[in-house]
Design a protein around this ligand. Structure first.
Ligand SMILES: [Mg+2]
Ligand SMILES: [Zn+2]
Length: 344
């Protein structure tokens, strides 16, 4: 199998192009040609090149130079320099030769190149300025429509609009907090009563600092005590309701709480080290996980974070951290330290 020609080799001068065109035509080949700016090419452009190439044996592209585009589209265009545009355009195996031209229209070039077929987009007018010159030497203008836009993506203008609206969507970041051992002390047994809860030292100032730094606060907690029958989901919600009320009293807003009610035997996707809760939060809160952090006191928290591309902080004793487990980004011994690691 032979390798395709490098795109840079496809760019030739008008003089070379005209010479080649005569050569092809004398050999009985049909020379096709199209002109355009081919800025930010989409699948639709490539598909269109493929379709047009079926009507001819050799396909020449007349590419507007940067100055030529600026003269009729204004200073904001093109987005890509002509060397970039010709390089991308040349990647299409259906493009044989490229001529970059500085004129406003390709009329003067067509008189020299004299392609058998000059393709033009229907709607830009059958009576285009090129028509007279092409028909004068005996060539023909062939009109075409772009392929179905829903199937072959968009024009460059539509692509730019899509980029602008995507930029306008505010993607957030979060601090994912394990509950037992991070929010409240990890006592013996399964906690479900607010009266039994002791909040961790420095909890409120740390959460406030995260809020100030524009992180969402999201608790992600395994609650297999539900599956084990130690308490009900309702009892857990009652506890969480009281926790939220306490935080609210202190001007801390928890954005969401995700919990897994399943036991280890159920093999669900949400129980950490599974990443189901993190992915659900990313989707529902529109988060960039790679800019988010997870604070946990178990290696399974850290594993979940790492699997979901979330930065991780382990609260606990680094010396007793399981040797085989994936390591957190930072080992800390308390929340204040975690805050310092994340916010600096
Ligand atoms: Mg924990
Ligand atoms: Zn689960």
């Amino acid at each position: 199998m032979s390798r395709p020609l490098s795109p840079t080799k496809k760019v030739i001068s008008l003089k070379q192009a005209a010479k080649l065109a005569r050569h092809y035509q004398q050999a009985g080949k049909v020379v096709g040609c199209v002109s355009g700016s081919f800025d930010l090419m989409t699948a639709m452009h490539f598909k269109s090149l493929e379709e047009r190439s079926k009507k001819c044996d050799v396909y020449f592209i007349l590419l507007n130079s940067d100055s030529s585009i600026r003269s009729y589209k204004g200073m904001a265009k093109p987005i890509l320099h002509e060397s970039e545009r010709s390089y991308v355009l040349g990647q299409s195996p259906f493009v044989d030769h490229i001529v970059i031209f500085p004129e406003l229209t390709p009329v003067a070039l067509l008189e020299k190149l004299r392609p058998d077929i000059y393709f033009n987009v229907d709607g830009w007018g059958a009576e285009c300025v090129e028509k007279a010159v092409v028909e004068k030497y005996g060539g023909k203008v062939m009109l075409f429509d772009f392929p179905e836009p829903e199937k072959w993506s968009k024009t460059t203008t539509e692509l730019l609009a899509r980029i602008a609206s995507s930029e306008a969507i505010k993607v957030g970041k979060a601090i994912f907090l394990d509950r037992d051992g991070v929010i409240n002390e990890n006592k013996q047994g399964y906690l479900y009563r607010y009266e039994d809860i002791t909040f961790m030292p420095h909890l409120l100032p740390t959460l406030k600092a995260f809020m100030k730094a524009e992180y969402k606060l999201i608790i992600v907690t395994n609650q297999s005590g539900i599956a084990r029958g130690y308490y009900t989901e309702k009892q857990m919600h009652r506890l969480h309701g009281k926790m939220r009320a306490y935080f609210k009293e202190h001007q801390v807003a928890i954005d969401d709480i995700y919990f897994c009610p399943h036991g280890p035997a159920e093999a669900c996707a949400c129980r950490k080290p599974g990443i189901g809760m993190l992915l659900a939060a990313a989707r529902e809160h529109n988060l960039n996980l790679s800019k988010s952090w997870l604070i946990g006191d178990s290696h399974t928290d850290i594993e979940a974070g790492r699997q979901a591309n979330v930065n991780t902080v382990y609260i606990g004793n680094a010396a007793t951290y399981p040797a085989q487990a994936v390591k957190p980004k930072h080992f800390v011994t308390n929340l204040k330290e975690a805050q310092k690691r994340i916010l600096t």
